[in-house]
Design a protein around this ligand. Structure first.
Ligand code: SF4
Length: 442
């Protein structure tokens, strides 16, 4: 299984691996050993599509020279461009959509059986509750709470690919959280296209978060992809009151210029975004904020960009990602006039990242001498590393650790001794949990 794209796609990959294992397939990470290669693609923006096509063509080479007898293309690119892929990629023995992942075992059998290519793509829907094979260290696991999106941002293809927003039944989320905890999870990272849209009857996001903190074995619950205009007082209250809810929030604001926000069809104006950030920092002391921005959106003038750059310097996010605008087929923004040259968009991205690097270093330096709880993740170049509550897995910086025997999945108390642009270093003073224990302080 080659899985590309975002953690939400990664959960689908884990579910496909779970179904394949239950169907008697042996999972290998060595392509040269595989009879079937499944490429779980991303179809979000141009660069991700290119990467997916490349991965498919690389896998196809395995069919020519290697042991591989069947190539299966899954994921968002397959969902979005199934007909085109069928025409342009005769190497593919099966093309399956995101709603078909529960049938991956049967589809791989058919693909191995030879005969006409299998094409199984239907309307997108929320798929959950399938067995999973972990693709992350077991102590942190992604947990999907909803699928699709109904916000219709003018530049975004996700509603086309994943359909309208659909919340997952809360009982099945709790049940999966328990089984992940039994499997060693200490941290749950909640995923949706817009997690703040979550509601299952009387269970809204704040209620769901509280219930997840009661799952035995879980020490941290982290919330990703919160829509800025939908952060309720109830959510802030739960984040402030519940020690196990990470003092961390990912709120993609995308831009700050009112004309650009309107053209993006984003709900809320610049003053609303600023007010939300201010309220979050006041109501949830010590909260770390991550955001995502887009440069080069059609109509983004020099003045609009200057406002965005000034906002980055003013808001001082702990973590920030920037993307250059990618005109996506089928989205309203792709038809907008005043498209910004890619080079200009790139230059603007670089200016923002330069400013953010300074902010991140300044914030990291302010942590030197403080004591933090760190969840040990693993080893890199013989150096142990982990994360604080303020650092999400795989996208934020880490803490490099010295003087500790702790193992991945354990919590340690760390004194921060050094700060880099995005990472920290520290000395562990004591191991807070050994094996199973979920009572850790911040
Ligand atoms: S909220 Fe996110 S996923 Fe939904 S349409 Fe907007 S950018 Fe796309």
């Amino acid at each position: 299984m080659i899985s590309l794209g975002c953690p939400k796609n990664q959960v689908d990959a884990e579910q496909m691996l779970g179904v394949l294992s239950d169907s008697g397939f042996e999972v290998t990470s060595d392509q040269t050993e595989a009879d079937v290669i499944v490429v779980n693609t991303c179809g979000f923006i141009e660069s991700a599509k290119d990467e997916s096509i490349e991965a498919i063509l690389d896998a196809a080479k395995m069919k020519k020279g290697g042991k591989c007898r069947a190539l299966v293309v899954a994921g968002c690119l397959a969902q979005r461009y199934s007909d085109e892929l069928r025409k342009e990629l005769p190497e593919a023995d099966a093309i399956i959509g995101t709603a078909e992942i529960s049938r991956i075992g049967e589809i791989c059998d058919r693909a191995l059986g030879g005969g006409a290519p299998v094409m199984q793509v239907s309307a997108p829907k929320l798929v959950f509750g399938l067995p999973r094979v972990s693709t992350t260290p077991r102590h942190y696991r992604y947990l999907k709470i909803a699928e699709g999106c109904s916000n219709r941002c003018s530049y975004c293809a996700i509603p086309i690919i994943r359909g309208n927003f659909a919340s997952r039944p809360s009982a099945s989320i709790i049940e999966e959280a328990r089984s992940l905890a039994d499997d060693g999870a200490k941290e749950l990272v909640l995923l949706a296209q817009d997690s703040t849209g979550y509601r299952d009857g009387k269970t809204d996001l704040p209620v769901l978060l509280r219930r997840l903190t009661r799952v035995r074995g879980i020490a941290w619950v982290r919330l990703m992809y919160a829509y800025p205009g939908r952060i309720s007082d109830g959510l802030m209250a739960v984040m402030a009151e519940e020690a196990k809810v990470c003092k961390y929030l990912d709120i993609p604001v995308q831009h700050i210029d009112d004309a650009v926000l309107a053209a993006m069809n984003r709900r809320g104006a610049s003053r609303d975004i600023r007010r939300t950030i201010e309220k979050l920092r006041k109501r949830v002391p010590g909260i770390a904020l991550r955001t995502s921005l887009i440069t080069g959106f059609p109509g983004e003038t020099d003045a609009a960009f200057k406002r965005l750059l000034a906002f980055v310097r003013e808001a001082e996010f702990e973590h920030l990602g920037v993307f250059t605008y990618s005109p996506e087929e089928g989205t309203p923004a792709a038809l907008l006039l005043k498209q910004v040259p890619a080079e200009t968009a790139r230059e603007r991205l670089d200016l923002i990242m330069k400013a953010q690097a300074k902010i991140s270093l300044k914030k990291n330096r302010a942590l030197v001498g403080t004591t933090r709880t760190v969840l040990v993740d693993g080893m890199e170049d013989d150096v142990l590393f982990g994360r604080t509550q303020s650092q999400a897995p795989e996208i934020d910086g880490v803490v490099y650790l010295s003087e500790t025997e702790a193992l991945p999945g354990e919590f340690v108390e760390v004194t921060i001794t050094d700060a880099m642009e995005y990472d920290l270093a520290g000395t562990a003073s004591k191991i807070l949990t050994r094996g199973r224990g979920d009572k850790v302080t911040r």
